[in-house]
Design a protein around this ligand. Structure first.
Ligand code: G6P
Ligand code: ZN
Length: 562
């Protein structure tokens, strides 16, 4: 076996290699700049791990443009840093939940996920690199800060330029790097994940649901949005659960997601919504580029808001074998997520945690055994089976509930609102705004905290009056390790429990995206069938006035409404 040599190459830092809500996301062209990707990978290994030598790392991504090149760079730099073993998805492909599952299953020291999630892909779009720690979850703030710090001081990276590995072929490849063994294990991207799902759910009962009884098959449509979930949904829904091939669409991963924005929401998955509206299917779901997000629809396109989806799953967890075994520990949601799950937690007598936006904040609670199920308004739902949100898991959870309750999605939701009341929720996104006016808008809102006339002020709109009870910039102290995250979004709470939240997205690659979240609780049974639009209209207007959003951003209409 050739004894490969490590080269130490000099480099200089790049500005802005600061991971956002979920990893470093930038235009592909930026990652293609000479040494840009090399620097960041070296920073992950040196800043994110105590010592990369001797470690095992999982590598894979959503198959977007530049993924293969990045995987090759990672393999060479890991070899240069004396990493002992890499577990790589075939052709560099692994969904984000699959990476998390593999890290945990093989007790790896971490994982490198190549994705910009729901951001578009292709040579003129985005790429991203995210580091996950040994618990399988996104690196916490302290680790991403250390990675960033390293990137600002980097002087050299270590690489084995002559190491060539065929990531298209499943199996083990052994190399010798300066006298020591370096192993690359290329794995089938789906195998381990499917086995994991079989341990969690009752596949027999799902198979019978899909088969239907007495000649009325359960028909559904699953949209992979040309992201990484394609091979997973084919294997699980068609091969394992027996659904006809035509129940899955856009199930071939494409480097540019077919030119679409691979984000499962009412705007970017409008085709799926339209197909469901035609009435043939009883259930619909879509996933984002890397397979951690999900959108759930019922017959005729009945939309399940992610905050409600979380609450319904929470209230029905006991029909899933995994939770029958582990018991229900506690629930959590991100701060802007609608509080429907809070009501389920209180009814079941379970703990409820409210964390900042970002899945990384759930990890410690899960590791400490205090959290079973959590979710975010941004179409993320998941449990402590891994440390990432998991789109396919959420669909299997919903199908388990449908199999158990033998009711439609819509009637399950309606029964839930009857029992708990309804948390009306909407989110307005203003994408690709200029950064500085958005920052000024946030500063303007922050300043209201010290305006003594703001708390107690009354805001009237369309005959409704809302009185401000409290305003703050959300901060969170992790109950497990005491770490503190500040400035996580402006919250304005009103006397009747309604609230407005404003924050800037942490997942864009350029410019700024403003997110405005509005929520109001309704316990009046006569109003439960109203639309969020009619129920929340006055509060939306009030939010726009208080934030002076149009004035600061120049936008009169949002890009996406959820
Ligand atoms: C990613 C993270 C989520 C988070 C979302 C928020 O998907 O994995 O945990 O909720 O980003 O994104 P934003 O653009 O609102 O910062
Ligand atoms: Zn994602």
């Amino acid at each position: 076996m050739t004894n490969l040599k490590i080269e130490v190459q000099t480099t200089i830092p790049f500005d802005g290699q600061k991971p956002g809500t979920s990893g470093l996301r930038k235009p592909v062209k930026q990652f293609q700049e000479s040494n840009y990707t090399h620097n960041f990978i070296q920073s992950i290994l040196s800043g994110g791990l105590d010592n990369p030598a001797g470690t095992t790392i999982v590598v894979g991504g959503d198959g977007r443009y530049f993924g293969k090149e990045a995987t090759e760079i990672i393999i060479k730099i890991c070899a240069g840093n004396k990493v002992r073993k890499l577990i790589v998805g075939q052709n560099g492909i692994l969904s984000t939940p699959a990476v998390s599952s593999l890290i945990r299953k093989f007790h790896a020291d971490g994982g490198i996920v190549l994705t910009a999630s729901h951001n578009p892909g292709g040579p003129d779009a985005d790429f991203g690199i995210k580091f996950n720690t040994s618990n399988g979850g996104p690196a916490p703030d302290a680790v991403t800060t250390a990675i960033y710090k390293y990137s600002t001081e980097i002087k050299e990276f270590r690489i084995v330029p002559d190491l060539n590995c065929d990531i298209g072929k499943i199996g083990l490849e052994e190399f010798q790097v300066e006298g020591e063994a370096f192993t690359v294990e290329v794995v089938d991207c789906v195998e381990n994940y499917v086995n994991h799902m079989k341990e969690i759910f009752n596949f027999d009962s799902l198979r019978s649901l899909i088969k239907g009884d007495g000649g009325s098959p359960f028909s559904f449509l699953i949209d992979g949005m040309s992201g990484v979930t394609g091979p997973y949904i084919r294997r699980i829904f068609v091969d394992e659960l027996g659904a006809p091939e035509e129940f899955i669409v856009r199930a071939l991963p494409l480097e540019d997601f077919g030119g679409h924005h691979p984000d499962p929401n009412l705007t970017y998955a409008a085709d799926l919504v339209k197909s469901l509206e035609e009435g043939r299917y009883s259930f619909g779901a879509a996933f984002d580029g890397d397979g951690d997000r999900n959108m759930i629809l019922g017959k005729k396109g009945f939309f399940v808001n992610p905050s409600d989806s979380l609450a319904v799953i929470a209230a029905n967890l006991d029909c899933i074998p995994y939770f029958q075994r582990t018991g229900i520990k506690g629930f959590a949601r991100s701060m802007p997520t609608g509080a429907a799950v809070d009501r389920v937690a209180s009814k079941l007598g379970k703990e409820l945690f409210e964390v900042p936006t970002g899945w990384k904040y759930f990890g410690n609670l899960m590791d400490a055994g205090r959290l079973s199920l959590c979710g975010e308004e941004s179409f993320g739902t998941g449990s402590d089976h891994i440390r990432e949100k998991d789109g396919i898991w959420a669909v299997l959870a919903w199908l388990s509930i449908l199999a158990h309750r033998k009711e439609s999605v819509e009637s399950i939701l309606k029964a839930h609102w009857e029992e708990y009341g309804r948390n009306y929720f909407t989110r307005y996104d203003y994408e690709n705004c200029e950064s500085s006016p958005c920052n000024e808008m946030i500063e303007h809102l922050r300043a209201l905290q010290s305006d003594s006339s703001f708390v107690g002020s009354e805001h009237a709109q369309n005959g409704a009056v809302y009185k401000v009870k409290m305003i703050d910039d959300f901060s969170y102290t992790d109950p497990i390790d005491g770490s503190v995250a500040t400035k996580q979004g402006i919250r304005i709470l009103f006397e009747d429990g309604s609230r407005i939240v404003v924050r800037l997205s942490g997942t864009g690659s350029t410019g700024a995206t403003v997110r405005l979240y509005i929520e109001s609780y309704c316990g009046d049974k006569r109003k439960l069938q109203n639309t969020p639009k009619e129920m929340l209209k006055p509060l939306v207007e009030i939010a726009l006035k208080i934030s002076k959003l149009a004035e600061f951003t120049g936008r009169n209409e949002p890009t996406v409404i959820t």
